[in-house]
Design a binder for this molecule. Structure first.
Ligand SMILES: Cc1cc2nc3c(=O)[nH]c(=O)nc-3n(C[C@H](O)[C@H](O)[C@H](O)COP(=O)(O)OP(=O)(O)OC[C@H]3O[C@@H](n4cnc5c(N)ncnc54)[C@H](O)[C@@H]3O)c2cc1C
Length: 350
């Protein structure tokens, strides 16, 4: 059984087969709808059902009761029960890039902080890997498991792919990457993925907000704008617990030297007495709002831990930022890990 989907305002159309989510079918058909975590947690693929019936799986946690009431759905968890018309903005630039699976070689591992590793990956000769600034790739693991990592360099920086990986305590993959994958070993990856990309069709000033290794895709997008010679004002806020967690401390100053309208604010959530004098303190999104209580003139890009993204999304929209000018990637755990954690909390075994 198939259902026919029409996207507004583009008018693009595609079919969804039984068991498939609307998002999966759109990607299969080559349409680039916004998405990030694919697990119902981040809300990037939120859309409005204009006409038709659609079932949401119970994993659509990022939807509030109000949003459900208004007819919003998360397309990664949406299964049509009839033909549908949905309203959602597309990200056309992403549609043009082919997604590929390749084996890449780890050519460098540099510890940037006690728990942050910069990994440089080299694609095989004659098989260049193309991406848009801000996109991510999946590392493919045994048993069909995969882990997402943002690409931390701009595509103009051709040749190597850079990742910034935080070591997650008890993490299945990141612990191994730190300790058990020597330089020279191979990783299988799939990409490019995601729709958190530089939007070049705007003249507005930009605010970037990163939490921890959420700096990775933000770095790629800023480097891309610098490469383009953009004159748009850029204000970067980078939030972390302590100073060493701001793991590339000289880079914002280097960007400042290249771009006359670049500003940088470092924010520490757990600053100790010596740090407190030199840095802004608190939640990074609170500091953004203290500086810019009216966000309506800006394009805002943000990336980092799910709790930061969720809190900031609501507050930024309430501060006048239109929904379609807020771009984000939320660093959710993999869908099967979230499901296992939720099941463990509920006392279930899966
Ligand atoms: C779009 C996107 C981009 C991302 N980009 C980056 C990036 O650039 N850099 C980065 O560092 N991360 C990034 N992430 C996060 C990354 O994909 C991984 O989720 C993260 O690195 C953890 O992977 P892991 O295999 O080490 O841990 P996992 O094995 O996924 O475990 C995560 C945590 O869950 C706990 N856990 C696992 N199973 C259970 C269970 N059954 N019960 C209770 N607890 C459990 C583990 O102990 C651990 O603490 C991104 C995520 C997304 C969605």
């Amino acid at each position: 059984m198939k259902h026919h989907i029409t996207i507004l305002p583009s008018g693009h159309q595609f079919d969804v087969v039984d068991g498939e989510s609307v998002l999966a079918a759109a990607r299969r058909a080559g349409y680039a709808l916004p998405y990030s975590c694919l697990s119902g947690s981040c809300g990037s693929c939120r859309a409005r059902v204009i006409e038709g019936e659609c079932m949401q799986s119970s994993s659509a946690r990022a939807l509030s009761a109000d949003e459900r009431e208004r007819g919003d759905v998360l397309l990664c968890q949406a299964h049509p029960q009839s033909d549908l018309t949905i309203a959602v903005r597309e990200v056309p630039s992403v549609a043009d890039l082919p997604r590929r699976m390749i084996a890449v070689k780890i050519v460098a591992k540099d510890l940037l902080a006690a728990d942050v590793l910069r990994v440089r990956l080299k694609p095989p000769k004659g098989e260049p890997f193309c991406w848009l600034a801000g996109q991510y790739l999946d590392v493919l693991l045994p048993e069909g498991k995969r882990r997402a990592f943002s690409i931390a360099n701009a595509p103009e920086d051709a040749g190597l792919i850079e990742l910034h990986v935080r070591k997650v305590p008890g993490g299945g993959f990141t612990q191994q990457l730190f300790d058990a994958y020597p330089v020279g070993s191979l990783l299988r990856i799939e990409g490019p993925l995601g729709t958190f990309v530089a939007r070049e069709d705007s003249e507005r000033p930009m605010i970037f907000m990163a939490g921890g290794t959420g700096f990775a895709p933000v770095k790629a997008i800023i480097e891309h704008f610098l490469h383009l010679g953009s004159a748009r004002p850029i204000h970067l806020y980078w939030g972390a617990r302590h100073v060493p967690d701001l793991y590339l401390p000289d880079l914002p100053a280097a960007w400042s030297a290249r771009h006359p309208a670049f500003a940088y604010t470092a924010v520490l959530s757990d600053a100790d007495a010596s740090e407190a004098e030199r840095f802004r303190r608190g939640g990074v999104h609170e500091v953004v709002l203290a500086d810019f209580p009216d966000l309506s003139p800006f394009d805002v890009y943000m990336s980092g831990p799910p709790a930061m993204i969720e809190a900031a999304r609501h507050r930024f929209l309430a501060a006048g930022l239109p929904d379609d000018r807020l771009y984000y990637d939320s660093f959710e755990y993999a869908p099967e890990v979230i499901a296992a954690i939720l099941a463990a909390r509920a006392g279930l075994k899966i």
